[in-house]
Design a protein around this ligand. Structure first.
Ligand code: ATP
Length: 358
């Protein structure tokens, strides 16, 4: 596609008047730059403002304050039809009385394109989304996954600069969701279109995105690749929201250059840091459950408080000097399994810890 465009949100605010007559700010002045061709996910819990943000990019909501740029153009106050965007909805929003071909062709007909050109474009898009040969079917003769492909085809055929997705897979069953998220990513990569995808499903965001924008209570808490967000969550909210995390309250005991000393129970640990922390500052330590390995040797003795076989992994709750950690050990069929009450050891060191400001 020739017209790859960036999307820039500048100090974007949306305030609604609630049912009680009070003002409610759903989006509180967010700033983000999405690169041309990038696939970015807005991820966060229900009510965090992700759909409102997406709808402002589409033009369905007008910002209370701030600006939206698509490429060099300030589109903040343009109507949706003037913007170079197309949206794929959760509900598919297909016309039930039109066949698949005509559903996809609808926007092109409005543009007064010739019959030949429409046929060529619709056929090629139906092929791209894997619906070749199904043009004459009615929407109710297709499965949910196929209907979602039609919705995608209808957006793509308009050749927008930016594709917007509003929880498009929510109505599909779990297996089909996994299949369709790979399909959407394949198609997006094939045409390289700038995409913004709203979801509250972290595995969808992790598996599809170049970068994830984590929203919470109308603010952006972190923007990063899935790996950055998982390995270096900026806040305790993110550490807890993305994957499983042990979050331990502690204090910086000592600080020297780019290293700090902290304690867990009776034990002290040295960590290298990439942020500024002060001596005596209260901090949180994040330890992922899979980062800790149980064995018969190690620098820290632990007691096993529970041990549960989960098939692919063994789920443990362990105790270190009164501090509890949940840990998981994959492939328990081929590893030593420790039972409740047994003694075991772990190697606890700074490499598996990530510090967060409190
Ligand atoms: P969900 O995943 O549940 O859709 P979300 O993160 O997409 O959540 P939004 O739909 O953007 O959240 O809503 C953010 C907040 O703004 C919510 O508290 C919602 O109730 C409120 N809100 C959204 N639209 C309106 C509106 N038209 N009028 C008043 N309040 C609104």
């Amino acid at each position: 596609m020739s017209k790859l465009k960036s999307v820039v949100l500048k100090d974007l605010v949306k305030t609604y008047i609630g049912n009680d007559g009070n003002l409610f700010t759903a989006v509180k002045g967010i700033n983000v730059e999405i690169n041309p061709g990038e696939f970015v996910t807005l991820l966060g819990p229900s009510g965090c403002g992700k759909t409102t943000t997406l709808r402002m990019v589409a033009g369905f909501e007008i910002p209370t304050d701030g600006e939206i740029f698509i490429g060099d153009e300030n589109v903040s106050r343009q109507t949706p039809d003037k913007r170079d965007t197309a949206m794929v909805f959760q509900s598919y929003a297909l016309f039930p009385h039109l066949n698949i071909f005509d559903n996809v062709a609808y926007g092109l007909k409005l543009k007064k394109m010739s019959k030949e050109e429409i046929k060529e474009k619709v056929d090629s898009i139906l092929k791209l989304v894997g619906l070749e040969g199904l043009g004459l079917r009615a929407p109710n003769q297709l499965s949910g996954g196929q209907q979602q492909r039609v919705a995608l085809a209808r957006a793509l055929v308009m050749e927008p600069a930016v594709l917007l997705f509003d929880e498009p897979l929510s109505n599909l069953d779990a297996k089909l969701r996994v299949y369709m998220r790979n399909e959407i990513r394949r198609i997006q990569k094939e045409i390289g279109i700038t995409s913004i995808y709203v979801t509250h499903d972290q595995s969808e965001a992790m598996s599809m995105s170049d970068r994830i924008i984590i929203m919470n209570k109308g603010n952006i808490e972190q923007v990063g690749t899935p790996k950055e967000i998982y390995e270096k969550p900026a806040t305790a909210f993110i550490a807890d929201f993305i994957g499983e995390a042990n979050i331990i309250d502690t204090k910086i005991i000592d600080k020297k250059d780019k290293a700090v000393t902290i304690s867990i129970g009776e034990k002290e640990f040295k960590l290298s840091i990439d942020k500024d922390f002060e001596k005596d500052e209260d901090v949180l330590i994040v330890i992922r459950p899979e980062a800790v390995e149980l064995s018969d040797t190690g620098n820290t003795e632990v007691s096993i408080k529970s041990s549960i076989f989960m098939g692919a992994y063994q789920d443990y709750l362990i105790d270190i000097d009164g501090v509890e950690l949940k840990i998981v050990q994959y492939d328990p069929q081929h590893k030593k399994v420790y039972n409740k009450g047994q003694r075991a050891y772990i190697n606890l060191d700074g490499d598996i810890m990530h510090l967060i400001k409190k």
